[in-house]
Design a protein around this ligand. Structure first.
Ligand code: GLA
Length: 407
């Protein structure tokens, strides 16, 4: 970025001097592995070409003053510290506060910044626009205060940071937004955090389509999300105890990865059927089968097997709908329309409860999928305005960065 660019000019209008630095962090689309991260099981996302950017100038005191170029989001101003008072729940300003609060809890940071933020990520649509804000602000504060930003450690700090807003999320969004590479997706494993970068085949197109239904992570969806997490933990406790006492495993496992590594998925689900009923059984079945699908999907991508990868996406969606109960009428419809248009597979992406789907097509079919989505979903529902924000082909992009602006 140069000081003369749009964001630089917006900064200068606001503060009367040019910005000196820019922090940027991309959103992400999760290809497969949904609601597995907080169970310490793998995910397979990629970073988007859409991102949050902050033009900024470090300050010599502990204040952060951050303006959003969109009028929808009021200015944010606060003092850095380890116990920052949050705004009312649902305010966008809690995301910058989250980063500052966590960094101050862990490190001696005291310098803030003046900044202007812009984002071309659709809000509350399952593309991690909020984690991108946390990461961009966190990266800026870390650089200004000389805090280490090595991806694997910093992503864990940022994941802890975001819990400030009240969602007990996993670590996928922060890790991919910070650590992604150009043209790659990454298989991410947790505890300890590791990213394995996998080239996305040149002729694969991941289409992102937004239902138009907002899935506010900080609002109603938060309770539903947090309860899924609690159910997964409860189901795990019961099944791990059961398989240990019936000698299917040699020891009592304390985490999903241990258990999933010891017993193959089908046997594990059969064991769960003996001790779980209803939603607990459904949640467990989703988590275990989804983890297996991630492993398989990574192999399918290495083999450039578009059909195989697509079938796994379809199976993931069915499981998220019927076992995990996080789909919606709109998400199901969008998935169905994408398949009708010729997609190799499609599924909801992100936490669900609204937001986006991701569909896979090869370069020869992508045009037909896009046309079908426009005609059969967006036009029918009167959502064909701002279509480029609602429907696009994701470009696998590099992770977040911080740097000086050329003058
Ligand atoms: C949200 C959370 C992630 C992950 C997904 C579901 O995006 O922030 O950590 O749990 O939902 O896969």
């Amino acid at each position: 970025m140069t000081a003369a660019s749009g964001l630089g000019a917006a900064f200068e209008d606001r503060f009367g001097v040019p910005p000196t630095h820019v922090a940027r962090a991309p959103g992400r689309v999760n290809l497969i592995g949904e609601h597995t991260d907080y169970n310490d099981l793998p995910v397979f996302p990629m970073a988007l070409h859409r991102e949050v950017r902050i033009a900024l100038r470090p300050r010599d005191d502990e204040r952060v003053a951050l303006y959003n170029v969109s009028d929808e989001f009021p200015p944010v101003e606060f003092e850095i510290g380890p116990a920052i008072e949050p705004y009312v729940q649902g305010s966008w300003g809690n995301y910058p506060k989250a980063a500052a609060n966590e960094l101050a809890r862990r490190f001696a940071i005291w310098r803030g910044f003046d900044g202007v933020l812009s984002s071309d990520l659709p809000v509350a649509s399952g593309l991690s626009s909020s984690s991108a804000i946390v990461n961009a602000v966190g990266l800026a504060l870390a650089h200004i205060n000389e805090v280490p930003t090595e991806v694997r450690e910093f992503a864990v700090v940022m994941a802890d940071a975001e819990r400030y807003v009240g969602t007990h999320g996993g670590g996928m969004d922060q890790a991919i937004s910070l650590g992604a590479r150009d043209r790659c997706a990454a298989k991410i494993t947790f505890s300890p955090l590791r990213l394995r970068h996998v080239n996305v085949p040149d002729d694969w197109c991941f289409i992102v389509a937004d239902t138009g239904e907002r899935a506010e992570k900080s609002k109603a969806a938060m309770a539903a999300y947090n309860s899924r997490r609690a159910e997964c933990a409860e189901a795990f406790r019961i099944v791990a105890g059961h398989v240990a006492t019936t000698n299917m495993t040699e020891k009592l496992y304390t985490s999903y990865p241990g258990l999933v590594g010891a017993v193959e998925p089908r046997t594990l689900v059969e064991a769960a059927e003996q001790v779980l009923q209803g939603n607990l059984l459904r949640r467990f079945r989703h988590v275990v089968t989804e983890a297996a699908r991630v492993e398989e999907a990574v192999d399918r991508m290495y083999a450039a097997d578009v059909t195989g990868f697509g079938a796994l996406m379809d199976a993931s969606h069915a499981s998220l709908r019927s076992d995990f109960h996080v789909s919606s009428v709109e998400l199901d419809e969008l998935v169905a329309v994408a398949r009708e248009g010729g997609a190799a597979g499609a599924r909801l992406t992100g936490a669900g409860f609204g937001g986006c789907i991701v569909a896979l097509a090869d370069r020869w079919t992508v045009g037909s999928v896009l046309e079908t989505l426009v005609a059969e979903y967006f036009e029918r529902r009167g959502l064909a305005d701002r279509i480029d924000d609602r429907l696009f082909v994701a470009v696998p992009s590099r992770g977040a960065s911080y740097g000086a602006i050329e003058s």
